[in-house]
Ligand binder design. Sequence first.
Ligand code: MN
Length: 159
Amino acid sequence: MDETTAHKRTIHRCAEAHCSWEGVERRPYKEDDRALFRAVSRQVLFSDPDMAGEWRYFEVAPHGFTSLERHQHMHAVMIFRGRGHCLVGHEVKAVETHDLITVPPWTWHQFRATAGEALGFLCLVDAQRDRPQLPSEDDLADLAADPKVAAFLRGQPYS
Ligand code: MN
């Protein structure tokens, strides 16, 4: 590829203050009214027709949370700033900067900024991916049957 090809790439995006990058738009988390979430922003760091993956940066403000969802595609996550908790399947984990989290296919997951500070994380996904599934009342009841998971879903994890 060179500059005569139709697809022009930005080679270098400088880091700016507050976990922003030059030319990267900070957007609302989702344009999906179905999902319950609070205080999350999304930045797409890398997305290219010649790559099978996309690399995004999400930031959850203090006491915010991502949507509780599951899907066929996987997530490879690195905590980039702050601390908080995540749910993966029926497991609640306290997470902090530089931790790695794998979200397997069809596994319920949610990230919560539980530590009174912002929780920022990098997330790698397939570029072509299925639409998230949200929990039914039965799914929620099944998850909340575990007291540790129930506490997490109330925003009061004790792990
Ligand atoms: Mn997801």
